[in-house]
Every structure is written in C-alpha cells, then in structure tokens.
Design a protein around this ligand. Structure first.
Ligand SMILES: C[S@@+](CC[C@H](N)C(=O)[O-])C[C@H]1O[C@@H](n2cnc3c(N)ncnc32)[C@H](O)[C@@H]1O
Length: 305
C-alpha cells in the first residue's frame, strides 16, 4: 500500500492555498484570450489581465482558464480518474514515480538552485496533462525538489483537476489546454508530460532556454495483461523512442519495467484506469484470472525542437 494518499484535510483551505501560490509567483500566467499577463488580485480573489479579462478561482482550489469547455469529454471520464487514483493508491506506480523524480533531479539539479524564497529564483515545474495529480504530487514530495521548485499541474479535465486539489501539496492546479498553455514564454525549467497527449510546440514556447521536457510513454509491455484480455498486442519496441525523436532532442532515455501482484479487490479498479478499455466490455471472470499487472514505461528527457 502506498504512503502517498491525498490528505483530505490540508493545513490551510484549498482556495487559500491556491491564492497564496498565485500571489507569490506573479506574471507566470498569461490570459487565454489576449495573451497579456494574468495577475492575481487579492481584493477580488480573481485572476485579471490589463485588458480586463477576469477568471474566478474555483472554491475547490484550482483556476479554470479554459472556460466552460474545460472538460475533456472523450475517454477521460471521472470514472477513469477515480480508478487511476485507486490504482496509484495501491502503490503500483511508485517505482515509476521514483524513476521520473530521479531523472527530473538529474536535469534540474535542485541542489544548485538558490535557497527557496518568496522572491525569484526557484525552478518551475509543470505537469502537463496531470490528470488527478499523482506525478506532480510525487515530484513535489521530494525534499530537494520541494525546496527548489514551484509546481504547477495542468489538465483539460475539470473533474481531474478538482480531484488533484485533494493532494496536500503546494501545487497550483490549472484547467487549460496543454496545446495552448496559459503561461508566459520561458516560464518553466521542467515539463513532465506523462501518458498524455503532447504539445511540443507549446512546450518549447513555455520552456526556459535550458529547460527540459520529460515525456513518459507506454512501453511495449505496458499493462500487457489487460491488453491481452482485450485481444490487443503491445506496441512496437522502438515506437515510443522513435516518436519522441521526431519531436525532441533526446538527452536521456530510460525504461522502467516491473510487475505488480494483484489482490482480488484491486482487480475491480483496473478496467476503468485506462482509455484502452473505453467502450469495451471486459468479462469479469477473465479479469479474475489476472494475477499481476506489468508496468512498462519509457521515460524520455530532452528539449522539444
Ligand atoms: C491517461 S491520462 C494521464 C493523466 C496523468 N498524467 C496520469 O498518468 O495519471 C491523460 C490525461 O491527458 C489529459 N488531456 C488530454 N488532452 C488534453 C489537452 N489538450 N490538454 C490538457 N490535458 C489533456 C486528460 O484529461 C487526461 O487527464
């Protein structure tokens, strides 16, 4: 069982925490309508640009910069995020999160960052396509990264981002489209994009000159047992790396592959955790026959072209 569980009672309220995070990092957000700097105004508790475009903060502690279209309808349903949260709670992705954190630290070198202060100097980290927030949370739990970085999580799904605010962490959660991220040019030192669509051009724009993108893709055997139940085969071995090489100058590549034993009660959470199963019926007795689940991820770090 993982130790990561969201703390349902953060020390300060979620909305207050978000306000504090936004107020200490002015000028990072840009207006999705006009592109101007979006600043947090304490008097109105809203984000506002010089042209008067204004965005209220959600009471749940996130900023919706996507408007009403903020939900990724398609395959990314609330049930998917609930299921992913359950699976993260089983600890199945802890090893993967540790590997991602290690690579992030290698490229960010947090030990060389200035001591954290309310002034400029901290690195900024964005989890683009953060879903219910697990990886951003795990990065923010690393003591060195926590001291050196300011964390942002972005996703198109309001359901996912609302769930992400359950994590007891100093992460500013934003509903927005990662293809049009509402951040100023060069704002981030590191972008994580895990098992989510990429927006390479947009990532390049918001990365600092020496910034790093960490892309996490399914490896050949990712969830192979579930795929087998669906009659699917794994991806080609070099597909993930070849895909990344088309879009970024690769600095490091790692493969992380392990199997997790499944308890009977854990199996129920599996089908909904991945868009692979969307619209498909899994025979419950077939699910019963699963005894383990393979996690096989390609982690690629580099700079988008
Ligand atoms: C398979 S989930 C992965 C989420 C998370 N990284 C994780 O591993 O749990 C894919 C995520 O991409 C998000 N997504 C899809 N298109 C997006 C877009 N254009 N902008 C932002 N997020 C998007 C979905 O809402 C979903 O949360």
């Amino acid at each position: 069982m993982t130790e990561r569980n969201p703390n349902p009672q953060p020390k300060i309220g979620k909305a207050e925490r978000l306000k504090a995070l936004l107020a200490r990092d002015p000028g990072v957000l840009s207006c999705p309508v006009c592109g101007g700097a979006l600043l947090f105004a304490r008097e109105t508790s809203a984000l506002r640009c010089a042209r008067g475009h204004s965005y209220d903060l959600a009471k749940k502690g996130y900023a919706n910069l996507q408007g009403r279209g903020g939900d990724a309808k398609s395959v990314y349903s609330r049930a998917l995020f609930e299921s992913r949260r359950a699976v993260f709670g089983f600890g199945f992705y802890e090893e993967a999160a540790r590997a991602i954190t290690g690579i992030a630290k290698k490229h960010l070198r947090p030990s060389e960052a200035p001591i954290r202060s309310e002034s400029a100097g901290a690195h900024r980290v964005l989890d683009a396509g953060c879903g219910e927030g697990y990886y951003a949370f795990m990065l923010s739990r690393d003591a060195q990264l926590r001291d050196a970085c300011r964390f942002y999580g972005l996703d198109l799904s309001r359901d996912a981002v609302a769930m992400a605010t359950d994590y007891d962490a100093d992460i500013a959660w934003i509903v927005a489209d990662l293809a049009k991220p509402p951040f100023r040019d060069g704002a981030f030192d590191l972008i994580l994009n895990a098992l989510s669509p990429a927006g390479y051009g947009a990532f390049r724009r918001i990365l600092a000159p020496n910034g790093v993108l960490i892309k996490v893709l399914p490896g050949r055997d990712y969830l192979r047992e579930l795929r087998a139940l669906l009659g699917e085969r794994g991806r080609g071995e070099s597909e993930a790396a070849a895909h990344c090489a088309k879009h970024m100058r690769i600095a490091e590549r790692a493969n992380i592959r392990y199997r997790c034993a499944l308890q009977a009660e854990q199996k129920k959470a599996l089908p909904a955790m991945t868009p692979l199963t969307a619209g498909k019926n899994l025979d419950p007795s077939a699910l019963d026959s699963l005894h383990c689940l393979t996690i096989d991820l390609e982690i690629v770090a580099g700079r988008p072209f």
